[in-house]
Write a protein that binds this ligand. Structure first.
Ligand code: SF4
Length: 298
């Protein structure tokens, strides 16, 4: 077998930065992280072995004063900062600068328009309801923003009122463009002339990966896409990979390799078989390397 790892896969800039912050801060004593630092169980386990303690919002409310709390790349709503300060915690803010800028833009838009009483504006976020980043974005609008996951949910919007559209950073450009088109069409149909302001805030660190990933998938006979089952970015990129090469398999751990071989998906006796290993923005390079090692040893 010829095994190669996609050089464009692995942590994006924001996740790398958050993990480096965690590793650096762990040297100074106990450190809590609010939520999984990255949507990859193996990387979370690696950092927890080094002493990182993953907590939830209920835990945050009961932390002793002076505890150090790391906020991950996804960002947090203002209420989280407030609670942490109330507890006397030290905040280590590893919010990705791209997400931070988006939060600032949404907050500025909300502040600029919240007093328009005649036709109160609507801030619409194209994103996944309940996703950590989206919760952080909604928080910038005092939780008044409307979250839309697809064009099927347009009824959530009042087309007689101004619309300010933003996107979760990890959504797909095609879906966003389709939503923009549908909103504009529905707005025209309503017969009420109103503002439809569009802010394409999709992170190109993710969006630009699709073409590279598909080229990599096509260049290999079989592809192992490595990702965490909780990662929405992994699900999306896996789908693109599988479109380019139907012999793409989703793998979360090296322990899954044997089953793929037993099921006949990987012919380890074929010396010419090209196997490509790639992953999401939340997939650590070391995990892809471990999968490569396990394959080589099979
Ligand atoms: S995908 Fe983009 S916005 Fe999200 S953490 Fe990575 S670099 Fe930041």
């Amino acid at each position: 077998m010829v095994i190669s790892i996609d050089s464009n896969s692995g942590f994006c800039f924001g996740v790398t930065r958050a993990i480096q912050a965690a590793e650096g801060e762990l040297a100074n004593g106990p450190l809590y992280c609010l939520g999984d630092i990255v949507h990859n169980g193996q990387e979370v386990a690696r950092l927890e072995e080094k002493g990182l303690q993953t907590i939830d919002y209920d835990d945050l409310r009961t932390l002793p004063a002076h505890s150090r709390v790391l906020l991950r790349a996804h960002g947090e709503p203002p209420s989280t900062y407030w609670i942490a300060r109330q507890r006397g915690c030290e905040i280590i803010d590893a919010t990705c600068p791209v997400v931070k800028k988006l939060q600032d833009r949404i907050r500025a838009c909300y502040e600029a328009h919240k007093h328009d009483e005649n036709r109160p504006p609507q801030i619409v976020i194209y994103g996944k309801a309940g996703h950590a980043e989206v919760i952080g974005l909604q928080g910038q609008t005092n939780n008044t923003a409307i979250v839309i996951e697809s064009t099927d949910q347009l009824d959530k919007i009042d087309f007689t009122r101004p619309i300010y559209l933003f996107s979760q950073t990890t959504k797909e450009v095609e879906g966003f463009n389709a939503l923009v088109e549908a909103i504009r069409a529905r707005s025209q149909e309503s017969g009420v002339r109103t503002t439809v302001e569009v802010h394409d805030t999709i992170c190109r660190n993710v969006a630009n990966r699709v073409a590279e990933l598909q080229a990599f998938a096509k260049a290999n006979d079989t592809v192992l896409f490595v990702g965490g089952t909780k990662s929405s970015n992994a699900k999306v990129l896996f789908r693109h990979c599988a479109e380019a090469n139907p012999k793409t398999f989703f793998v979360s751990s090296p322990d899954e390799i044997e089953q793929l071989i037993t099921d006949g998906h990987i012919d380890t006796t074929n010396p010419d078989l090209k196997i490509g290993i790639c992953g999401a923005t939340s997939t650590p390079l070391w995990l892809m390397e471990k999968i490569s090692e396990r394959l080589s040893a099979s």
